[in-house]
Design a protein around this ligand. Sequence first.
Ligand code: GLU
Length: 329
Amino acid sequence: MKKRIFLSAILLLTLAMGCSQSGNDEAPQTKVKTAFITIGTGGITGVYYPTGGAIAKIVNKKREQYGIRATVESTAGSVFNVNAIMAGDLEFGVVQSDRQYQALNGLKEWDKNPQKDLRAVFSIHPESVTLLAAVDANIKTISDLKGKHVNIGNPGSGQRGNAIDALEAAGINWESDINAESVKAAEAPGLLQDDRIDAFFYTVGHPSGAFKEATSGRRKTRFVSITETDALIKKFPYYAKSYIPAGLYPGAANEEDTPTFGVKATFCTSATVSDEVVYAITKEVFDNFEEFKKLHPAYQVLTKKSMLEGLSAPIHPGAMRYYKEAGLM
Ligand code: GLU
């Protein structure tokens, strides 16, 4: 938080300096008041962080027109982002579609505490619940995790809930059957390579820096299938089957795609954020869709239509205005 205030102060100072320099020979102009917005993401080796960067880049290009200055913050992940948006500490955040649903409906971390002001803007890339294990740990199925050291994710992350769901679906009690670690996904590859954990879960788009790092070390690794999910997918509207393409991480031992299940990354805000700001961001991302798609390989599968799927919170009126104007809704 301190860092944000400090960065904002630098920005204000830069703006003030810029104004006083041109102020001599020009009549003072009525400038649009700058709206500073911060986008909450995830760890820097995930896909949320570059996603926040991609959105900020596109929006900041039109700074003169909209008066919006977007910055990106690395955070603990989806659950943290929802809570920070609701507290007014962040204006936007990237949030797993399952977490959006749970927050809105008062489930899991938000048990009986529904976040009624949460608003959806658009959805982004698909994310797979990904389990990577050291080959020497002999983990070929999720049941082989029994007795192993497994990182299920930090509190505040999206993946922690998915890891627990996947373990429970396979009949594994995460509190008693495994040695569960709770560290951030950015630290897991290092722990695996240092023989300190046997496997880790991370719900993320592919390719990601975290899995590039984890699969290219001295210790050989393998993606583990998660297939005990039929009942899970039937029970929860936000889960769907997915797979991790074999070709993305040449360092991993897998020769074939790894079946698993997954969710979608979504872009969220609060009902209290202004329609103008949400409209501008939505418009810039959709109007520059082809450029946006090129900003990360995980966006390859995106279509404008797919970006309106997987949203359970009400769509923010600013975004809705654009979708109606563009004939997307
Ligand atoms: N899905 C993760 C979470 O919600 C973050 C993944 C990423 O940063 O790309 O915490």
